[in-house]
Design a binder for this molecule. Structure first.
Ligand SMILES: [Zn+2]
Length: 114
């Protein structure tokens, strides 16, 4: 299965409640030669757009507006958007979450059929 950046972007929008446009993706791709997306750059883009979907996994407190990583002000449980981002991207790259780092290049490292 090859990586579909557009489908990944749609899942990110769904999970984090941010808009990731084709222009955003092109900007990220253009930072690498050959064109590629660094996982950390994609993550930083999401955070910069201030996710509107972030719920405490322990008590369901609405964590929107809080800075990730952080702790839930209601129950104290630690939260980190990276912990949601990594498995999602890894799934799209058909790899294990542990093998994905901020410096992973999604096409070079995981996609053999671009
Ligand atoms: Zn909580």
């Amino acid at each position: 299965m090859s990586l579909d950046i557009i489908e990944l972007a749609m899942d990110i929008e769904e999970m984090f409640g941010v808009e990731v446009s084709r222009t955003d993706l092109d900007d990220l791709l253009a930072r690498n030669n050959p064109p590629d997306i660094r996982a950390g750059d994609l993550y930083d883009l999401i955070e910069a757009k201030h996710p509107t979907k972030r719920i405490c996994q322990a008590c369901r407190y609405d964590l929107r507006g809080h800075v990730s990583p952080g702790c839930c002000p209601e129950c104290g449980k630690r939260f980190d958007d990276w912990d949601r981002f990594r498995p999602l991207v890894a799934m799209h790259c058909n790899t294990a979450p542990e093998s994905l780092t901020r410096d992973s290049l999604l096409v070079r490292d995981f996609d053999k059929h671009w």
